[in-house]
Design a protein around this ligand. Structure first.
Ligand code: AMP
Ligand code: MG
Length: 518
């Protein structure tokens, strides 16, 4: 197994002089050198063959004993320079001070055969100076969730950090899943996450909060040079262009999450990527029955700050915190305000385009918007599966659609009857809009097929795979990954994976209820 490394992050940014794992406040530095802690019996449970290829690795590499050792945290490859990075963040709306990589260790920046750079980062590889009161480890159930969802998101075409491997450690980890005084030993695991950059909003907030403007500027200059080489100019104009780009990427990401029904669950500013990637898969969830108030995160059950329907506004709130952190670099904050306005415009633009695509219309005009809002209101009260509804809508000719075609999308037969007439009326409006549209029937269908996934990583599907893995059979992980690699294709024989949430999963831990304990 040969990988070339070019570790620009530790090479280009100030590091922490202390080299121990002692918990501490790290000032004036963006990273601390730290090695993964060894584990007793690393065993590869799954790999992303797609990402292996991107990195220039083979399946034989992944099957080699060295792979399990390296991605289980027991060995380093030549050229790796393991470190944890230092960031802060706003958690649930409050400034939380220094957080940092408490259980993530970047091994190095791999250079792929095509020249692209990818940070390889182990999650769950043991304590760092930022582990606070925790152990630096991760449990198998959460690691399966992060591994699968990273890859599922990528194949949906939505920006995300990736996952190369999932390795069982052979060690137990103790967790109190619902913080209710019932700690249990669970199997531990390590995911190797992969991204061009793991910089978060919180990386910039921390030096700003400490008044360390020099470090802030160094970090911003580095981030622009490494991660946004296409941006031109210098000084405040360059900083403004960069902030605007982050705002627009974040806007597009929010619109994309809304398109497929993804609920992140913990949109703290330390979980917001400076590249506009989906990052930190914790208590996330996927929408089954359309419900803008749904949050999968029990830690957020009170205020539901991170509910599905609020994600676009939370994206803006998080950008406001980033703008505040960057403001010392500006003599006049007008460009930052302009960046925040660009967020709203870019979100509206992408959301309209997605609305049009989901309905198979050539234009996301006000009429299309109204059709969607009315449909959403109806899906909410009639308890209708969003993914199945849209997929079904795109399968027939618009003027031939009847309520019966949508039978599979309902969770409650009584509600299906009560709200049937409204569906009939909506379908008639939709058919007449489609008849007036520029798309022909084939264009409409193909547009809809590519906007409305058939397969999403429903919580219950992952939970079944987790239950099997706990019982000793990890093969379900790769099975599910294979399905999620082609989310827009009809995959004959795999209808099971496109099914709506079964009754058993309605209120089950791990399906509709998750916590940050992972
Ligand atoms: P998260 O909720 O996963 O985004 O984590 C928030 C902060 O807590 C980050 O600084 C994490 O590194 C840290 N953290 C979460 N879980 C652990 C753990 N098991 N050990 C050490 N640090 C952790
Ligand atoms: Mg986090």
């Amino acid at each position: 197994m040969k990988i070339r490394f070019d570790n620009r992050f530790p090479a280009g940014l100030p590091g922490d002089p202390e080299r121990t794992n002692r918990l501490r406040q790290v000032e004036g530095a963006v990273w601390s050198a730290v090695e993964p802690s060894p584990v007793p019996a690393p065993r590869v449970l799954a790999v992303s063959t797609d990402l292996l290829k991107t990195l220039g690795l083979t399946e034989a590499d992944a099957a080699s004993p060295a792979f399990a050792q390296v991605f289980g945290g027991n060995a380093l490859l030549e050229g790796m320079q393991p470190h944890a990075s230092n960031y802060g963040g706003h958690q649930f709306g409050n400034w939380a001070g220094q957080l940092g990589d408490g259980r993530a260790i970047t091994l190095g920046e791999a250079v792929a055969p095509d020249g692209r750079h990818w940070e390889l980062q182990l999650k769950g590889a043991g304590p760092t100076p930022y582990s606070r009161r925790a152990d630096g480890r991760a449990v198998l159930r959460s690691s399966i969730r992060e591994f699968l969802c990273s890859e599922a998101m990528h194949h949906l075409g939505i920006p995300t950090t990736r996952a190369l491997s999932l390795v069982a450690t052979g060690d137990d980890v103790v967790r109190d899943m619902f913080y209710d005084g019932h700690p249990e030993a669970e199997p531990g695991a390590i995911v190797c996450r992969v991204a061009p950059s793991f910089l978060r909003f919180g990386h910039f907030e921390l030096p700003a909060s400490r008044g360390d403007i020099e470090l802030l500027r160094t970090l911003v200059d580095f981030a622009i040079r490494r991660d946004y080489p296409q941006l031109q100019g210098s000084g405040e104009a360059l900083y403004a262009a960069w902030f605007r780009e982050i705002a627009e990427r974040t806007a597009r990401l929010m619109a994309e999450w809304m398109r497929v029904g993804f609920v992140h669950g913990v949109m703290n500013t330390d979980n917001m990527s400076a590249l506009g990637l989906t990052i930190d898969y914790g208590p996330y969830g996927w929408i089954d029955n359309y419900d803008p108030d749904f949050t999968p995160n029990t830690t957020d059950a009170q205020g539901r700050r991170y509910r599905f329907g609020w994600q676009p506004r939370i994206g803006l709130w998080n950008l406001q915190q980033l703008a505040a952190a960057l403001s010392p670099l500006f003599s006049d904050i007008t460009p930052l305000q302009a960046g925040l306005e660009a967020y709203g415009q870019e979100f509206a633009r992408t959301d309209r385009r997605n609305i049009a695509r989901k309905l198979g219309l050539s234009d996301g005009d006000d009429d299309a918007l109204t059709l969607t809002r009315d449909l959403q209101a109806w899906m909410h009260k009639a308890e209708v599966d969003m993914t199945i509804f849209f997929r079904t809508l795109g399968e027939g000719d618009a003027d031939a659609l009847t309520p019966d075609a949508f039978a599979d999308a309902f969770y409650d037969e009584a509600k299906r009857e009560i709200h049937r007439d409204e569906l009939v009326a909506w379908l008639a409006r939709y058919a007449s809009r489609v008849a007036d549209d520029a798309f022909d029937a084939a264009g409409r269908r193909e547009t809809m097929r590519l906007a409305n996934p058939k397969y999403i990583l429903r919580n219950w599907l992952t939970q079944e795979v987790i239950d099997r893995a706990h019982a000793g059979d990890a093969s379900g992980i790769t099975e599910l990954l294979n399905v999620m690699q082609r989310p827009y294709d009809d995959q004959p024989g795999r209808e099971y994976f496109a099914g709506k949430r079964p009754d058993w999963a309605r209120n089950k831990a791990g399906c509709s209820m998750l916590s940050c304990s992972s």
